[in-house]
Design a protein around this ligand. Structure first.
Ligand SMILES: [Mg+2]
Length: 330
């Protein structure tokens, strides 16, 4: 069931005329404070380590100031961004995949109360997923490079997740059910195989598909139905080119919620290709809606949730949109 939307929100983003990085036409980005640049060399199966030096040299040549740090282990980008924020950086560049940007965001947030200075984040997509920039019509490295040189900023919501043991922030999507099952299996067993590993995990997961009942409330309205999966999206694209939440706007203050009813493995396999064109939501067994805040009734066991390509096992309590929390350089 497709969502009804006001016409103008079909745009991938709504440009914010109040935000311009280059008001007087001076050399783009020149004169600005350096961007804390966090390089995850392992992203994209090592592609980032290979591609980053040339890309960063080009950015510098074209006037972009960068202070570069390299991650040494999973989670390290959180630490680097957090330290950078305390040191006064307000422009951040993630060099890697969506996972690197996710970690960076969780180093910047939560911000101390009263810190209202805008925070800008950019991404040089060298990872496997690279979904997020697609919502800003950037699909490859060259276009991202050009956008970073231009320095144009677009305001963007983020989503805050609260669980029993703490909180986290994401910019792309959180999914429970089938996608989380696939992602967990990929990360545990088949990470080294790249896209093939993902495909193997999809097939393997079809045979042990869980169809959880999640008791949620969207802006106070209860919903307790079994599902194949539920996705809570800030941006439209996921997994590179899947248009999970067609027409989603990154700065309308709303998250897009896609619910897939219980399906057989065969039906799921047949329906799956329609996600690339974003036509899946016109099926009668897939529902697309929006909301500002979602609460979860506590479950006995922790929930497996896929968040921007990472898998969390948490007792999820709520998800809430923080409108226009960052500016994306794109
Ligand atoms: Mg939105």
């Amino acid at each position: 069931m497709a969502i009804a939307r006001p016409k103008n929100s079909q745009m991938r983003f709504q440009p914010d005329s109040a935000i311009t990085a280059n008001p007087r036409g001076i050399t783009p980005a020149a004169g600005a404070a350096p961007a804390l640049t966090i390089v995850n060399g392992n992203a994209g199966g090592g592609r980032a380590a290979h591609r980053a030096p040339g890309a960063l040299a080009e950015l510098r040549r074209r006037g972009v100031k960068l202070d570069v740090r390299f991650t040494e282990a999973p989670g390290h980008a959180i630490e680097l961004a957090s330290q950078g924020y305390r040191d006064g950086y307000r422009r951040f560049l993630s060099v890697g995949g969506d996972g690197t940007t996710y970690e960076m965001l969780n180093g910047i947030f939560p911000r101390p109360e009263g810190d209202v200075e805008p925070v800008a984040i950019g991404q040089l997509p060298l990872g496997t997923g690279n979904s997020f920039l697609r919502d800003f019509s950037i699909t490859e490295e060259r276009a991202a490079l050009h956008a970073l040189v231009e320095g144009k900023r677009r305001s963007c919501d983020i989503i805050k997740g609260v669980h029993r043991g703490g909180e986290f922030y994401f910019i792309n999507l959180l999914a429970v059910g089938f996608p989380a099952q696939v992602c967990a299996l990929t990360n545990e067993r088949f990470k080294g195989l790249g896209a093939a590993g993902y495909a193997v995990s999809v097939v393997a997961s079809l045979f042990s598909m869980q169809r959880p009942i999640l008791n949620i409330a969207v802006d106070g309205i209860q919903d307790k139905r079994r599902c194949t999966f539920l996705a809570f999206s800030n941006s439209g694209f996921t997994g590179g080119t899947m248009n999970m939440a067609p027409g989603a706007s990154v700065n309308d203050g709303l998250m897009d919620i896609v619910r897939v009813d219980p399906m057989s493995a065969m039906t799921l396999v047949r329906a799956f290709p329609s996600i690339y064109g974003g036509t899946h939501t016109s099926r009668p067994d897939i529902h697309h809606t929006t909301g500002r805040r979602v609460t979860f009734e506590p479950t006995a066991e922790p929930l497996e949730a896929m968040v921007d390509g990472e898998v969390l096992r948490v007792h999820l309590e709520s998800l809430e949109v923080i409108p226009r929390a960052v500016e994306v350089i794109a």
